[in-house]
Design a protein around this ligand. Structure first.
Ligand SMILES: NC(=O)c1ccc[n+]([C@@H]2O[C@H](COP(=O)([O-])OP(=O)(O)OC[C@H]3O[C@@H](n4cnc5c(N)ncnc54)[C@H](OP(=O)(O)O)[C@@H]3O)[C@@H](O)[C@H]2O)c1
Length: 299
């Protein structure tokens, strides 16, 4: 792709940034990588997709030891080791690795696969049986050793966050990664306000509604399709623009996964889409947030 085109799109992506408590600036659009690296013939294209995303400013890369049992991390290591300083690398540990000792080992293995000496952010993938206090101790130890710069959690509902807050060191949690898209707005009832009050950003996974059966319903919706037409965009681009509509205010980073460079390009281009308040209200009417607390949606 022409450098000039890349620069134009990147300028728009760079306009949408969040600042973490420590001053680190992050794009509100990152790149997910679930299922990438699992299919050898697709490897070159996936590497091209990741590298294009970084050139376009989507420099936050999300992975996990679970994804392809390390194959997503290995792919990222191969694709981006030469650009380590340009990216913000996030990985996650299995709950079965959440004890102090296992966490340190799991992190070392992730670092090896990612061909790096540190993660920018390390998350507990979801809650398991290990007491939070012990996991936090392991995370803090990894931080002291310089193997991770910060840590966070994933799939934590409000009660889990409150419990985390009561644990020594728990308030050092930097992020909660949860499912969020137009068809799944439960977090807006209480989790999102709680996180906003405590200045914890959300990483919104499945922002293109990949999980479950809602994607087909969303794609068929006439209002969404009309809004897409007005913006000369695809319906999925509107979904992405919706997920980050209040990103700077609410502290939201969306991490769409795109293994195809054409999709990466479309996702980066969606940074330029600003939904009007009328469009947001129209979508609110059709896909309202629940009126009361619902359990956290997970994949
Ligand atoms: N913490 C957790 O428990 C958790 C759970 C799920 C996901 N995640 C993270 O969040 C990331 C995103 O979630 P996800 O991968 O489940 O779903 P997603 O980002 O909502 O959707 C991914 C799907 O959308 C397609 N796509 C991407 N951009 C597109 C575009 N512009 N036009 C048309 N199709 C497009 C992708 O196709 P191609 O790949 O073929 O381009 C892929 O099939 C994951 O990859 C992972 O990093 C975290």
């Amino acid at each position: 792709m022409e450098n000039e085109t890349v620069d134009t799109i990147r300028k728009e992506v760079d306009k949408r940034r969040l600042t973490l408590g420590d001053g680190t600036k992050l794009p509100v659009l990152g790149q997910g990588t679930w299922h990438m690296g699992e299919d050898w013939p697709k490897r070159d294209v996936e590497i091209e997709a990741l590298r294009l995303g970084v050139r376009l400013g989507m420099t936050l890369i999300d992975t996990a030891e679970m994804y392809g049992e390390g194959r997503s991390e290995s792919l990222i290591g191969e694709a981006l080791a030469d650009q380590r300083d340009a990216i913000f690398l996030v990985s996650k540990a299995y709950p079965s690795h959440a004890t102090r000792e296992k966490l340190i080992k799991a992190c070392d293995n992730s670092l090896k696969r990612l061909k790096t000496d540190h993660l920018d952010l390390y998350l507990l993938h979801w809650r398991g049986g290990t007491p939070l206090e012990e996991t936090v101790r392991g995370m803090e130890e990894l931080k002291k050793a310089g193997k991770i710069l910060r840590w966070g959690v994933s799939n934590f509902d409000t009660k889990d966050m409150q419990e985390l807050w009561s644990v020594p060191g728990g308030k050092n949690c930097a992020v909660n990664q949860v499912l969020y898209h137009l068809g799944s707005r439960g977090i807006e009832v209480d989790l999102l306000p709680w996180l906003r009050d405590h200045q914890i950003p959300i990483m919104a996974y499945c922002p293109l509604a990949e999980a479950g059966s809602l994607k087909a319903k969303l794609l068929k919706n006439s209002t969404l399709n009309q809004i897409a037409e007005v913006h000369e965009a695809t319906t999925l681009q509107i979904l992405l623009a919706w997920a980050v509509r209040h990103a700077e205010r609410d502290g939201i980073i969306a991490i769409p996964k795109a293994a195809q460079p054409e999709h990466v390009l479309l996702n980066a281009q969606s940074a330029a889409i600003r939904l009007s308040s009328e469009e947001i209200e129209a979508l609110d009417r059709i896909f309202p947030r629940p009126s009361r607390k619902v359990p956290l949606d997970i994949v």
